[in-house]
Design a protein around this ligand. Structure first.
Ligand code: 5GP
Ligand code: ZN
Length: 116
């Protein structure tokens, strides 16, 4: 397992090399606002270590649980604890950044036809 990957945009956000609007951070996880929000609450929950997708992350149960816990904390603060938690896995399923991230979605969709 590698902890970071070269040219990975989310590794660069974790390292503070690319700016982001962070709403939550602990030792293992960072949550920041999506650049192109699809809902009034659209935050990405990202483990600091690099895993390509949620299936790979499942090898590290503690870290997977930490991501879920972080999402719950964000939703508690921003959406009364109620949210959709979405992991696109693979290019054909809509994954465009290959550092695992859960989309925390809540509130109102930003435009008609959006998934949320
Ligand atoms: P995916 O399509 O892989 O499920 O989700 C990737 C998400 O990351 C997209 O919703 C996209 O808007 C967001 N994203 C891509 N690059 C950046 C970035 O540099 N900063 C932030 N905050 N979000 C990003
Ligand atoms: Zn990465």
């Amino acid at each position: 397992m590698t902890t970071t990957a070269p040219d990975c945009v989310f590794c660069q956000i974790v390292a503070g090399e690319i700016p982001s609007t962070k709403v939550y951070e602990d030792a293992d996880v960072v949550c920041f606002k999506d650049l192109e929000p699809k809902a009034s609450v659209h935050v990405l929950a990202v483990p600091k270590e690099h895993y390509a997708n949620i299936v790979e992350l499942s090898a590290n149960k503690d870290l997977l649980a930490a991501v879920v816990k972080a999402a719950g904390a964000v939703a508690k603060e921003h959406a009364r604890g109620e949210f959709r938690f979405l992991f696109n896995t693979g290019e054909s399923a809509g994954q465009s950044v290959f550092h695992v991230h859960g989309h925390i979605l809540a509130g109102k969709a930003q435009s008609e036809g959006d998934l949320f």
